[in-house]
Design a protein around this ligand. Structure first.
Ligand code: SF4
Length: 214
């Protein structure tokens, strides 16, 4: 039997005769929209340390990420749908990461590959390492491991596809009036430590408490 090219697109309750399954589809606008996006999630590669080697392996012939429509690694944020952060994020690197994230057009997703990107990993207490990119960026999928195998990365990408499947055009933030920039991340200030400007009030309160003013 010929493979059904529209698997996942058709509404489950409609039985389309086998001989026309590849030319006729009964679906909704949401399903059509999500189906198109889930098979063309182009990653913005962000290989920062050892995890990147596994990310590269996932691209090569043995694991072949192209099967999921994700083979086109983009060197520019303008053409990317998903930021794939694999490796240790240092405090010095974070502003570059955020700048690129802000330059990505919606819809955009973030995948944290490995212990370092998810939580700082073995360097969590390091003076120069960010203890997880979710301190600054909205992470959609975390992939555990040090490093995660290529299979684990692909499993994570399938999770992202499942997440996309559940989105509705009416509710996604990028079509909401006034919320198009809702995911804009202000640039942190890099000093002796990273300062997240969204937490200014919290910092001021802590400083006042320390000085015994509050
Ligand atoms: S999670 Fe482990 S393998 Fe991945 S970058 Fe960190 S130390 Fe390297």
């Amino acid at each position: 039997m010929e493979e059904n090219k529209y698997e996942g697109l058709n509404l489950p309750n409609y039985n389309i005769p086998e001989d026309i399954q590849n030319v006729v589809s009964v679906t909704t606008l949401d399903r059509l929209y999500n189906w198109g996006r889930r098979w063309s999630v182009w990653p913005l590669m962000f290989g920062l340390a050892c995890c990147a080697i596994e990310m590269i392996a996932a691209q090569a012939a043995r694991y072949d990420m192209a099967r999921f429509g994700m083979e086109v690694m983009r060197p520019t944020p303008r053409q990317a749908d998903m930021m794939l952060v694999s490796g240790t994020v240092t405090k010095k690197m974070l502003p570059a990461l955020i700048r690129l994230y802000n330059q990505m057009p919606e819809p955009k997703y973030v995948v944290a590959m490995g212990a370092c990107a998810s939580s700082g990993g073995p360097f969590k207490e390091g003076y120069n390492v960010v203890a997880g990119i979710d301190k600054f960026l909205p992470v959609d999928v975390y992939i555990p491991g040090c490093p995660p195998t290529p299979q684990a990365l692909i499993a994570g990408l399938i999770k992202l596809q499942e997440k996309i499947d559940k989105q509705s055009i009416k509710k996604v933030r990028w079509y909401q009036k006034g919320k198009a920039d809702a995911n804009y991340v202000p640039m942190p200030i890099l000093g002796p430590d990273l300062i997240d400007v969204r937490r200014n009030a919290e910092y001021k309160e802590a400083a006042a408490r320390k000085e015994g003013v509050a």
